[in-house]
Design a protein around this ligand. Structure first.
Ligand code: SF4
Ligand code: SF4
Length: 323
């Protein structure tokens, strides 16, 4: 089983967080137009993760095969001799690579990229505040996701407080897989919690994500009985979370233990992330899994509605009945 990564420690220095994407004009991570900040590092490692570059906490080098023109400038630029261009493609010696970025600078085709950059609270606030007019006019704001912002609790707390001072609405998208105290500094500055309940069977959850349900269900109940509104989400993954009994169990859990939930969303699986795994020298175990049928999504949504009386929605690409 995957062990929990070490949390960022509090210190007198200005905290920094490793961020791998700042997605502007996001419309799925909370109400209105939002900027979603993707923190690098996740306590889970879901088989279907669409952001494999967000699982490890440290920066990583990615090679884009389709962009590479074989110029070899990267090989001479690398001070660690960590790169070799072979007939099968670029081989990155990740033990040697320090993610210094010199190869990225040297490549004329932008075929190498260091994923994950350190930000201070001020630097990140400067970036997200550029979109302040969009938040104001749409009822949107900033969502911290990833990975999981719980990997950087001190940073997340200070950044969210800064947003609140500026009148920007805030949301966190968390796995819930940390001990409660990790959330203590974050929640006072949070307006909305996005929370995944993926699989309610303990063994299946461990196999699929690398961690058990103990923290996740305890925090679900704790946050769900608090006064911050929540959206619960279940990714519907073929063979892993798409069982009717699973969705029924999530909906019942919400109905019985999470009065703060205002929306339950079922998110249909897609497999658009295969290339990302290749760029990180890893394999995507669900690359041959089919899309979910529309009828299945509708059926699961109706089961959720039968068991919880709130706002149930589903979204995502689906396949036709006879595909
Ligand atoms: S919780 Fe989300 S970010 Fe973390 S591994 Fe699972 S799918 Fe990826
Ligand atoms: S990031 Fe730096 S150490 Fe890593 S391969 Fe590129 S040049 Fe070499």
């Amino acid at each position: 089983m995957k062990s929990y990564p070490a949390l960022q420690k509090n210190s007198n220095e200005a905290p920094k967080a490793v961020i791998f994407n700042i997605q502007r004009f996001s419309t799925e991570d909370g109400p209105g137009i939002r900027t979603t900040v993707f923190f690098k590092g996740c306590p889970l490692s879901c088989l279907w993760c669409h952001n494999p570059e967000g699982i490890r906490q440290k920066p990583e080098l990615m090679w884009y095969e389709s962009r590479c023109i074989g110029a070899r400038d990267c090989l001479t630029a690398c001070p660690e001799s960590a790169l070799s261009l072979t007939p099968k493609g670029m081989v990155i010696d990740r033990e040697r690579c320090t993610t210094c970025g010199k190869c990225e600078e040297a490549c004329p085709a932008a075929a190498l990229e260091v994923i994950g950059k350190e930000y201070t609270v001020d630097e990140l606030f400067f970036e997200v505040n550029k979109d302040e007019a969009f938040y104001r006019n749409s009822g949107g704001g900033v969502t911290l996701g990833g990975g999981d912002p719980g990997m950087f609790p001190d940073f997340a707390s200070r950044f969210l407080a800064r947003c609140k001072e500026a009148g920007i609405s805030t949301a966190i998208d968390t796995t819930g897989a940390f001990a409660e105290k990790a959330y203590d500094p974050i929640l006072p500055h949070t307006d909305l919690i996005l929370y995944d309940l993926k699989q309610m069977d303990e063994e299946m959850h461990k196999k699929a994500t690398g961690v058990g349900l103990a923290h996740i269900l305890r925090n679900a109940e704790l946050f769900g009985s608090g006064d911050i509104p929540m959206w619960v989400r279940t990714p519907i993954i073929p063979g892993w979370t798409d069982q009717e009994e699973n969705v029924r169990a999530v909906a019942r859990f919400i109905a019985e233990k999470m009065p703060a939930v205002v929306r339950y969303e079922l998110l249909a699986f897609n497999n658009l992330c295969v290339d990302k795994y290749q760029r990180l020298d890893s394999s995507y175990k669900l690359c041959d899994a089919p899309l979910i049928k529309k009828e299945t999504m509708e059926k699961l949504a109706s089961i959720a509605k039968e068991n919880w009386s709130g706002d149930v929605r589903w979204s995502g690409a689906t396949r036709l009945e006879d595909e």
